[in-house]
Structure formats: C-alpha cells, structure tokens
Ligand binder design. Structure first.
Ligand code: FDA
Length: 580
C-alpha cells in the first residue's frame, strides 16, 4: 500500500446523502472524492416520496426540473387506500401528500415547488450525473475500510474491489454517508440512541399491469388489511406504485424473532397474489429482499473532522416518506459550511452547528416514522382485526360494518376516524417544513418564540425568525415571477431588505464574505405585487433578513439601523462564521 490520494473532502457513499453533498460541493467548487462500494447506484426503488423542502434544495442546485420530468406527479399520488386487497373490498381512503383541496392550498402557499414521487433508483442518477458533470471524482467499487484523524486531517483506507488492493485517501474532512450500517459512524464512535431490528419486513419488487385496480384511485400507496398483515412490517401490507401502473413494490412483514423467510420466487409471488387479490393477472417478480424496521438516531453527527449524514445517523421505517428527504437535507445543511471553512471564510467552529441543527431533526423524524406504524393499529382495531384468529373471522368483521345496527354504525365511525387519523403519516406538512434551528450559526433577535398556531406536525407555519427557513412568496422582477427562495442560495449569503434599507445594502457590500442583496418594493429590482411578502416577512420595509446559503434565516433586524447597520451585520456574521 503506497499511494496516498489527496483531496479536500472524502465522501463515503453515493446514496441520496452522499450524492447530494457531492452535487453541492461540486457546484460550490470544493474538490472532493466520492467512494462507493458497488459498481452501480441504487438498483431498487427504495425511497420515493420527495417533499417540498427537498425539491427546494434540488431547485437551488439546478436539478429540480430533471427530477420533475422523471417523477410521478403529485396529482397521481394522493388516494392512499385501505382495502382487503387491490381487487377486494375498499375500506376507505386518505387524501394524501398535499392533494386534499385545503392541503393543496397550503402546499401552494408554502413553496414554489411541488411534492412528487421519485423512486431512489431514478433520483440517484440525476444527482450523481450532475455532480460528476460539475467536477465530482467518483470511484465505484471502492470500499471504505477505516480512518484515522489528527489535527490536520483524516486519512481513510479504502479498498479497490476490482483490483483487490487498498490505498489511502487524505482529506481535510470525511463525510460518512454510508447508510444504515454505517461503518464510518461506528468508527467515529457516534453515540446512538434507540433500537435496531424492531420488526421484520420484506420488499418485493414486481411488474404487473394493475391499471384496472388503481387508475380510478391514483395513489402511491395501497394498504392491505389481510390476515397476517400485523405481523412485523410497517403496520399493514403495502402495495406501492413505482411507475403507474405497471411497476410495483410490496412491503410485507415477518416475525423478526423467527428470522426472515426464504425469499423464493414462489414465496414472493404468493404474497403478491394475496395483496393484489387476483390469481390470473401476469406478474413478474424482479427482486425481493428482507430488512428490519429500526428506531435509532445518533445523538451527535460529528466527531472531530468526521461528519455523518443520512441513514448513517437516523434509521427509521419508510412511514411518512422521510428517509431520503432527511438525508438530502442533512447534506444541504453541511455542504455550504464545509465550503466556507475550507476557503477560510469561516472558522471550523461553524461546523459544530451541523450537529446542533440536524440531530434534533433526525430524532424527530425517527420518532414520527415509528409512531406512524403504531397509528395503523386503530384501523385494524376498528374491525376487531387485531384479535382475529382466522381469515374468515377478519372477513366477517369487515362485512359486519355493513349491517344496519348500532354496533355497525359505531364500527363505521371508528374506521373512518382511524383512517382519517393517518393524515399524520400521509400529509404531515409541518414535519416536512417546520424545522427551527438553534445553533451558533443562528443569531437570535430577542423576540419570544411564538410557538405554532396549529398542530406543528400537520401544518406549515412560515416565519422569518432566525432559525426558520425563509418564507416563500411570489415576487416579480420586470416580467419575471419568482419565489423569494429563488433570490437566495447558490452557496452564498443573501440580505433581503426593502425601501429605506440602504444602510443594510452598504453594510453588506463592506463585508469580507460574499452577500447578495435583494431589495423588494415598488420601483425596486424586485416588487411584491400581491403583497404576499409584506404579509410574511414579519419586519417593516427597512428591516433586514440575512439568509444563509441553505435558505435559513440567520439574522433579522426590525428597522433601518441607519447609524449602525454595518456594526450589526459584521457582528452577526462574526458569530455565524465562528469568529466570535
Ligand atoms: P443509502 O443507504 O441510500 O446509501 C449508502 C451508500 O453508502 C450506498 O451508496 C452504499 O453503497 C455506500 N456504502 C455503504 N457502506 C460503504 C462502504 N463501507 N464503503 C463505500 N461505500 C459504502 N425509504 C423509504 O422512504 N421508502 C422505502 O420504501 C425504502 N425502502 C428501502 C429499501 C431498502 C432495501 C433500503 C436499503 C432502504 C430503503 N429505504 C426506504 C430507506 C432509504 O433508501 C434511505 O433512507 C436512504 O437511501 C438514505 O440515504 P443515504 O444516502 O443516507 O444511505
């Protein structure tokens, strides 16, 4: 072993977290290498629900439209259906993922982007292709083995799986984006809370034309209450649409204490037949694999020069569709901080804010996803389905809800209520968008935390308070309509002000760090014809918002600060960048 390859950042893994951090670093011009174990990217659909915050990140990095072009659009995602099988009896539906009329309005008001369904095997190539086109050096079939770190950097040992030899890569920083069995996180000794292996699940990927059972109630998810569906798994049997309406993925549970069943094609086909409920339709099984439901999160995401992101630090079931979204958003939080530290603009202390900001989000996501599994039980309970010993008994209970009796009326109400409650899994807009960061990279403005006016898991609440994501409003520039979010990002800070905020503009120009400036008001470069921005910004015209490269408000001031804007902004930036 003689070669030592040098780079600024070494990224282990090319999943959503590793690919996004590579895309961001290549966009910002930071030299880096990605090593990834296999000769290919994700070869199964895996994660798919892509929320608005992720779409905003992808918009910032210039790949939103490519994802939209390949994804299943939001309007085909929404009729989350509960049934006895696709061909069988339907028990109810939840309007999901922003397709309920009220929720749709909330989504439209919250963001310039739309949710979509982008299976992971389609998402990863978009991210990786763009990253490589912008300068990422990617090494397939290269396995991370170990690392050591010292005051000046990290040395990782990797193995070229094609040639069989090992070599070293020396970098300023190492990012472990190596998934749910992260060796980087383990080697870095990141403390983990929660449990692994809570329940057993099987994914079965298959092709079948199921148009006749699905096109009239288009959805990403069809939940099947069949005998055995509460054993292990994610709450019930699941038939998930990969591509409408002929590529599918089934999730089915197994008793984790008994071990995974033998995943023969016959076994996989028997599960498909059970959940689809049609023995005639042609089915082609393409793959099956076993996995476990985990409830585990790292208490901190970094150790010295090693940072972990994605499943490496939060491991949870697919409920709420948060896995890849949270991974991409971790990466977006970390990338600009690394850039500013590596180019000398910020002190390494800025990197402490990564863990401070993202670890609470990871913990919340792990807790929410696992809770969503448990919240499926009331759907079965409403049908006395948890106690059913035989299929006949379950079918009889399901049939009994059609009776003209008081008991049946109660059962119908309980079923409706239990299904409607699943909105916490299928339309939790607040979980997607309500992050509020507290860290050294946020300067509090002294205003009291207003809390949330409505359920913070279900409803998005915009805020310009430091630590919140910049609110979206449609503004104009000449004949162009754009989002306030389109004025920020691209690896740099942005200062937003309005008429009377000249002192802020002068202050921004005098800083050592690049700050884009945006003035919104009549006769300015940007105008607010609908008055939406004025309603959302929570400061008067001449006040200022300093927005970080990741779109989060870092500093807010309520007035023109005519005499001391320079001092205030310099002081804020010194704190944010770790100089003070
Ligand atoms: P991810 O696991 O995607 O990527 C890890 C990367 O690290 C891979 O490129 C891997 O090859 C590489 N790697 C690992 N060890 C390495 C080493 N030692 N050296 C070099 N490279 C190494 N989520 C969901 O919401 N719905 C779903 O249905 C599913 N289904 C699903 C099925 C299966 C089989 C899996 C494995 C996962 C899911 N998930 C899922 C979870 C979802 O895929 C997950 O949350 C994201 O992929 C996490 O992205 P990461 O980039 O963090 O890890």
């Amino acid at each position: 072993m003689s070669t030592v390859v040098e780079t600024d950042v070494l990224i282990v893994g090319s999943g959503p977290a590793g690919a996004e951090v590579a895309l961001a670093l290549s966009t910002y011009g930071v030299p880096h290498i990605v090593v990834t174990r296999y000769a290919h990217l994700a070869d199964t659909p895996r994660a798919h629900i892509t929320n608005q915050r992720t779409m905003e990140v992808l918009r910032d990095l210039g790949v939103e439209q490519e994802v939209v072009a390949r994804a299943t659009p939001q309007h085909l995602m929404g009729n989350t259906t509960f049934c006895t099988s696709l061909a069988g009896e339907e028990l109810g539906r939840v309007r999901s993922w922003g397709t309920d009329p009220l929720s749709r309005a909330e989504h439209e008001l919250a963001s310039p982007t739309r949710m979509c369904d982008m299976p992971q095997h389609l998402m990863e190539p978009v991210l990786v292709d763009a990253a490589v086109a912008r300068g990422t050096r990617l090494r397939y079939e290269t396995e991370y083995l170990s690392h050591t770190q010292d005051a000046d950097g990290v040395t990782a040992t990797v193995r070229d799986r094609l040639r069989g030899d090992t070599y070293e890569i020396r970098a300023w920083y190492l990012i472990g984006a190596d998934g749910g069995r992260s060796k980087v996180a383990e080697d870095a000794g990141l403390p983990m809370g929660g449990r692994m292996g809570v329940a057993g699940s099987i994914n079965i990927v298959f092709e079948a034309d199921l148009t006749r059972y699905t096109a009239h109630r288009p959805s990403t998810l069809y939940w099947v209450l069949a005998p055995g569906a509460t054993v292990g798994g994610i709450g019930a049997g699941l038939v998930r649409c990969v591509r409408p309406w002929n590529e599918w993925l089934i999730v089915w549970g197994y008793d984790v204490s008994a071990g995974a069943p033998d995943l023969t094609t016959e076994y996989a086909e028997s599960i498909v037949r059970k959940l689809v409920g049609d023995d005639e339709i042609p089915v082609r099984i393409t793959s099956s694999s076993a996995w476990t439901v985990n409830e585990r999160y790292a208490e901190t995401y970094a150790s010295g020069r090693v940072f972990c992101a994605g499943d490496a630090v939060h491991r949870h079931p697919p409920s709420n569709g948060l896995g890849s979204n949270t991974s991409i958003q971790d990466a977006h939080n970390l990338a600009w901080k690394l850039k500013l530290v590596l180019d000398g603009t910020a002190q390494p202390r800025l990197l402490d804010s990564y863990s401070a900001e993202r670890a609470p989000v990871g913990r919340q996501v792990v807790t929410r996803a696992n809770r969503s599994i448990r919240e499926t039980a009331p759907v079965f309970e409403a049908l006395d389905g948890l106690a059913s010993q035989t299929p006949e008994q379950l079918w009889a209970n399901i049939d009994a809800r059609k009776d003209a009796t008081e008991a049946a009326e109660k059962q119908r109400a309980a079923l409706r209520e239990a299904i409607a409650f699943k909105v916490y899994e299928f339309d939790a807009h607040g979980v997607d968008l309500n992050q509020r960061y507290t860290s050294g990279a946020i300067v509090p403005d002294g205003t009291p935390d207003p809390g949330f006016a409505r359920d913070p898991e279900l409803y998005h609440q915009p805020s310009s308070r430091p630590g919140a994501r910049l609110p979206h409003a449609w503004i104009t520039s000449g004949s162009r309509t754009l989002s306030t979010l389109d004025t920020v990002g691209r690896g740099r800070f942005t200062l937003l002000t309005g008429i009377g905020g000249e002192a802020w503009l002068r202050a921004a120009e005098r800083q050592d760090v690049e700050i884009a400036t945006v003035v919104i008001g009549p006769g300015q470069e940007y105008e607010d014809p609908y008055g939406d921005w004025a309603r959302l910004r929570e400061i008067p015209d001449a006040g200022a918002l300093l927005v970080r490269p990741d779109g989060f408000v870092a500093f807010r001031h309520p007035d023109a600060a005519r005499t001391n804007a320079g001092e205030l902004l310099t002081d804020a930036l010194r704190r944010i960048l770790g100089h003070a």
